[in-house]
Design a protein around this ligand. Structure first.
Ligand code: CP
Length: 383
């Protein structure tokens, strides 16, 4: 087990992240900086002059998107983020089209990508492949060879750090940011501020619920680690009493070592401090049951569980706090139905906005890695 560190010096250079492999590399100030840059990119993208400025920032860079595991949001939002900043993209998604079918190792493939591209964004079903590739790049650099940054876009059931960045950015926009401008949203915001004066005091001192496949959810693991950076948070994990689906011991221990308050329950109705869990959440993070990771024995094991407890419905949503956002990394599973579509129109359902936030925060991350975030700030201040 890797020791917990806020930053991994070997993945940094000149006080900037060089590779993005774990969510534990990010501190609260870094998250604030990224959110600020993402907001500026969002605003600049609405203006022709701003778009023209952004697209020239990195139009001398090329990115390889090496996604050998299925993806819709991460792949497309990284591609869109690259396009916003002028980065040219290419992709390998189907390994049968690469020379790995002729016996080439993944490390040789990666080194080839680094010959042609300035950045590798990779998703793999292998838990620590991105980490190994980052070390490979560091070794190449140390021996005087060409080396490029690696971004982990999802590694097995281990980590999905950039998903956690967009989840945090979505929570920041809920709990930290100023009054929206459009009138229905502004009216609702004013009402909520009146009833809940602490609403916009940030991500600290809040209760976050995670529901579903906690054990195998890499997005849960990455986000729980990041939320542990904030003072006074409580993380409530709502999952079956099952060794595969419940909180894994390594994450439980890691959070405990950092003094993060965690609670594990098996249903939304279970009481904590005399109040049902669903009624005390400041935010709820739903996940699907990740059947793609099932072992042969899992189907029979899961059939004995009451998984219907891990689905949201209108009655449960009606009991949630009026401001509590409902997040989901998506995809949601239409067959399991952890979030039925009738919830989509509730103002607390932020999962589509959350996915769009991924494009802005990933653009901010790319700007930070290539050191052009200060140029974005300067342009903004000159406006
Ligand atoms: N949330 C997420 O990682 O979605 P994709 O698998 O579609 O990229």
């Amino acid at each position: 087990e890797r020791p917990v560190r806020m930053k991994l010096p070997e993945f940094e250079r000149n006080e900037r992240l060089r590779h993005v492999i774990f969510s534990g590399q990010f501190s609260v100030p870094m998250l604030e900086d990224l959110a600020g840059t993402a907001d500026k990119i969002r605003i600049l993208s609405k203006m022709r002059e701003g778009q023209d400025f952004l697209i020239r920032l990195l139009n001398h860079k090329r990115a390889m998107l090496y996604f050998t595991q299925p993806s819709t949001r991460t792949f497309l939002s990284f591609m869109a983020a690259c396009q916003i900043l002028g980065i040219t993209c290419n992709e390998v998604r189907d390994p049968t089209t690469s020379s790995e079918t002729k016996g080439e190792t993944r490390f040789d493939s990666l080194r080839m990508f680094s010959s042609y591209f300035d950045l590798i964004i990779m998703r793999s079903k292998l838990a620590r492949l991105a980490e190994s590739c980052a070390y490979l790049m560091n070794d190449l650099e140390a021996s005087g060879n060409r080396s490029v940054p690696i971004i982990n876009a999802g590694s097995g059931s281990d980590e999905h750090p950039t998903q956690a960045l967009l989840d945090i950015y979505t929570l920041q926009r809920t709990f930290q940011f100023s009054r929206p401008q459009d009138s229905p949203a502004a009216t609702r915001f004013d009402e909520l501020r009146r009833d809940y004066p602490d609403l916009t005091k940030g991500l600290s001192d809040k209760v976050y619920g995670f529901c579903g496949d906690i054990g195998r959810g890499r997005t849960v693991r990455s986000l729980a680690s990041l939320l542990g950076n904030y003072e006074g948070v409580t993380l409530i994990f709502i999952a079956p009493d099952d060794p595969t689906l419940s909180l894994r011991e390594d994450l439980r221990q890691r959070l405990a070592d950092r003094g993060v308050r965690t609670i594990e329950v098996q249903s939304f109705d279970e009481q904590v401090g005399g109040i049902p869990v669903i009624e005390q959440l400041d935010a709820l993070y739903m996940t699907r049951i990740q059947k793609e990771h099932n072992q042969a024995s899992d189907d029979a094991q899961f059939a004995a569980l009451d998984l219907s407890r891990y689905k949201l419905n209108l009655e449960l949503v009606g009991r949630m706090k009026r401001y509590a956002p409902i997040l989901h990394p998506f995809p949601r599973d239409q067959h399991f139905g952890e979030i039925p579509s009738e919830i989509d129109n509730d103002p607390r359902a932020v999962y589509f906005r959350q996915a769009r936030n991924g494009m802005w925060i990933r653009a901010a991350l790319l700007a930070s890695i290539f050191g052009v975030d200060h140029q974005i700030s300067r342009f903004f201040h000159e406006e």
